[in-house]
Write a protein that binds this ligand. Structure first.
Ligand code: SF4
Length: 435
């Protein structure tokens, strides 16, 4: 989500005539788009800001901006801490960057952290990839997971109109993009705030409806979506994914804990049994689907037995990838105030054990690709080997292969290439192109 916001803000700066500087310490305008999901990400921002604040003292024309979730969380307090800042702007203000910079130009120090109706976004992002693009479909989150800072920094859910999403995807297809990842903090909530009930009394404008609606965009070969919430992940959605050919067989569904009492304390609104049923249904319809997830260990009060339940779930499901984190107390969240916080040493120990298991499981899951032929969408040159292209399988495996194929043919970014996999590592594959 932050990366997509960064691309939008970079697009605005570009349209204002800014060019990318060769180094951070040479730029005339520095914008940090920040993350506050964990404390160490937040601390990093302060160390970057220290260096820029020193520069600003000898170069008053330098413009310093902090955007994103740390900006939203800290607001004016950030100006007191770093008085050299010109602009502090929350994520809901990303598409107002030009207007806010105009206010800075008139000599003001600006804080933009009030609730903002995002409306239809007309910014043209400067995208890092020319092949794969993010498309926001819903901003904000109405859930109240007790560890999570997102609802307090990204505000209430705001869904975009299906027609606007469709049009954006058509525009991207015309520019040569081949893969779209639809984005939402809790994407299963898409459309809850849009009107519409079907003749059968069903809510219209669900994520499933949206997938059907955008599936016909010509030129777009692959569609993904993230992030899913097990509480709202429906059978109808799974069936749509199985039935719509452009939908990739990769699901990112965070489970966060393998223990029902911990899930309850997290206010996640589902049980381990419900989570397992979702995975079973996906595998029933798409046996080879890749499943990735997010998990937090050492949540306040988590016992060793409860932690072991998490390990057990990872073994039982056999995830392709899991993003792991030790619990980090965040401001304005209920769990941060609870007295049963666990010591650092327990966090480190559990995280290490978890990571070893995750890596092992990923390696085992990856082994199934050995010798198989996979369709890879070439995204670019391998930065470590200019004779190779890199891309992803439909199941989102990073794959490297020779840029030149049999009989002298060569491939370019954007090509869909059949690759025979002949080397398998924990987090990537290599292979030989076949045609
Ligand atoms: S659904 Fe996701 S973004 Fe929303 S509160 Fe829960 S963890 Fe945070």
């Amino acid at each position: 989500m932050n990366k997509a916001d960064s691309e939008r803000m970079a697009g605005i700066l570009q349209s204002m005539g800014y060019q990318q500087a060769s180094a951070e310490l040479e730029a005339d305008l520095v914008l940090y788009n920040t993350c506050t999901i964990r404390d160490n990400a937040e601390q990093k921002v302060y160390s970057y800001l220290g260096r820029q604040a020193r520069r600003k003292r000898s170069n008053p024309h330098l413009k310093l901006v902090v955007a994103g979730c740390v900006a939203q969380q800290e607001g004016e307090a950030l100006l007191r801490r770093v008085p050299e800042l010109d602009l502090v702007m929350g994520p809901q203000h990303a598409n107002r960057l030009e207007l806010l910079l105009t206010q800075v130009d008139s000599g003001k120090q600006v804080v933009a952290t009030d609730d903002n109706k995002i409306l239809e976004d007309v910014t043209i992002p400067r995208r890092d990839s020319k092949i794969c693009a993010w498309v926001n479909v819903i901003y904000g989150c109405n859930e109240r997971c007790t560890y999570c800072v997102v609802p307090s920094v990204r505000g209430k859910e705001q869904s975009r109109q299906p027609e606007a999403i469709h049009m954006e995807m058509q525009g991207l297809a015309a520019l040569g993009f081949r893969e779209i990842t639809l984005l939402g903090q809790n994407i299963d909530a898409y459309g809850r705030d849009l009107p519409g009930i079907t003749a059968e009394g069903r809510r219209q404008n669900t994520l499933t409806d949206l997938l059907h609606h955008v599936h016909d965009v010509e030129g777009i070969e692959r569609i993904r979506f993230a992030t899913s919430h097990p509480r709202y992940f429906t059978d109808r959605l799974i069936e749509a994914c199985a039935g719509l050919p452009k939908l990739c067989e990769h699901f990112h569904i965070p489970f966060q804990s393998g223990d029902n009492n911990v899930l309850k304390a997290m206010a996640r609104g589902y049980t381990v049994e419900r989570y397992r049923r979702i995975i079973d249904r996906i595998r029933e319809l798409m046996p080879d689907a890749a499943i990735s997830s997010d998990v937090i260990v050492a949540f306040p009060g988590e016992t060793d037995d409860q932690f072991r339940q998490t390990l057990k779930l990872i073994e039982q499901v056999g995830f392709d990838q899991v993003n792991t984190a030790a619990y980090s107390p965040r401001p304005n969240t209920p769990a941060a105030t609870w007295p049963n916080q666990l010591p650092e040493a327990v966090k480190v120990e559990r995280l290490q054990e978890l990571n070893a298991l995750v890596e092992n499981t990923a390696r085992q899951r990856n082994a199934r690709y050995d010798g198989r032929v996979e369709e890879v969408l070439a995204e670019g040159i391998n930065p470590k080997d200019p004779d190779q292209l890199m891309g992803r399988t439909r199941s989102n495996r990073l794959t490297f292969f020779a840029a030149k194929g049999p009989e002298g043919c060569s491939y370019s970014p954007g090509d869909l290439v059949d690759v025979r996999i002949d080397s398998v590592r924990s987090f990537s594959l290599s292979g030989t192109p076949l045609r």
